[in-house]
Design a protein around this ligand. Structure first.
Ligand SMILES: NC(=O)c1ccc[n+]([C@@H]2O[C@H](COP(=O)([O-])OP(=O)(O)OC[C@H]3O[C@@H](n4cnc5c(N)ncnc54)[C@H](O)[C@@H]3O)[C@@H](O)[C@H]2O)c1
Length: 244
């Protein structure tokens, strides 16, 4: 039980990597708060046998994040772990990308992570017993990909935000790290035709897409005391994608 007695918020917990992490955290003894703008978050929370609640949240709205922290403390007494995981995809080349779509990407995938970190850190500072934050970045925070514009920009921001927050709050016992997954077989890839999925799989030396559970295991490691000397790090969970 690596997270016994801990209270963990998981944004984007209704689906994919977030839902797999919610289950894993709960199995490891944590109280879990599933935060998502999709009502499916309620089903995920209900499946965790009284160890979880769902708080409807749009991570791009600061009032929603404040409400999320407030409800978490109200229900479970503290915030010990934040997994800032909510995100959306977009693969539009720059010359075709509207300002609206650019802004939406930055609002959710970068500002949403900033707000989740900001308010978790505020609460953790108040509690004065440290904490652990894990952000969900991507291989596309480290390398570019043809045709992808706003997603790579936002994830690059998450990678370096993680470093700065890790450096800033180390003295307070708050560790801030990120996972950087390769292509993972989740609903985010649902729109991709099978042929594209096979092509994406072949880009990983391990020869397949990753699973949500494989990312959740890395998140669990970073969130837990097993990673007590790790902060500001971006852990690649990518089947060798970026090692080539
Ligand atoms: N699947 C991949 O290949 C892959 C690779 C690298 C990184 N990631 C990252 O992993 C994270 C999770 O993605 P996933 O693959 O599990 O996708 P997913 O679509 O299964 O889950 C994403 C969740 O985020 C929620 N969400 C989206 N916008 C939100 C908002 N504004 N407020 C609150 N919730 C919101 C969605 O409702 C959904 O439940 C994302 O940040 C994504 O960029 C995914």
């Amino acid at each position: 039980m690596k997270l016994n007695g801990k209270v963990a918020i998981i944004t984007g917990g209704a689906s994919g990597i977030g839902a797999a992490t919610a289950k894993m955290f709960s199995d490891e003894g944590a109280k879990v708060v599933v935060a998502d703008f999709s009502e499916k978050g309620q089903e995920v929370a209900d499946s965790l046998f009284g160890n979880a609640i769902f708080v409807k949240t749009d991570v791009s709205k600061e009032d929603d994040i404040k409400n999320l922290i407030h409800k978490t403390v109200d229900q479970f007494g503290s915030v010990d772990i934040m997994f800032a995981n909510a995100g959306v995809g977009d693969a539009t080349p720059a010359h075709e990308l509207s300002m609206e779509d650019w802004q939406n990407m930055i609002d959710v995938n970068l500002t949403g992570v900033f707000l989740s970190n900001k308010h978790a850190i505020k609460q953790m500072l108040k509690q004065d017993k440290g904490g652990s934050i894990v952000n969900n970045a991507s291989i596309l925070g480290h390398v570019g990909q043809e045709g992808i514009t706003s997603y790579t920009a936002a994830k690059g921001g998450v990678v370096n935000l993680t470093r700065s927050l890790g450096v800033t709050y180390a003295k307070n016992g708050i560790r801030v790290n990120a996972v950087c997954p390769g292509y993972i077989d989740t609903p985010l890839l649902d729109e991709a035709p099978d042929e594209l999925k096979q092509q994406l799989a072949s880009l990983h030396p391990i020869g397949r897409l990753g699973t949500a559970e494989e990312v959740a295991k890395a998140v669990l490691f970073l969130a837990s005391d097993d990673a007590s000397f790790i902060t500001g790090a971006n852990l690649l969970v990518d089947g060798g994608y970026t090692a080539q």
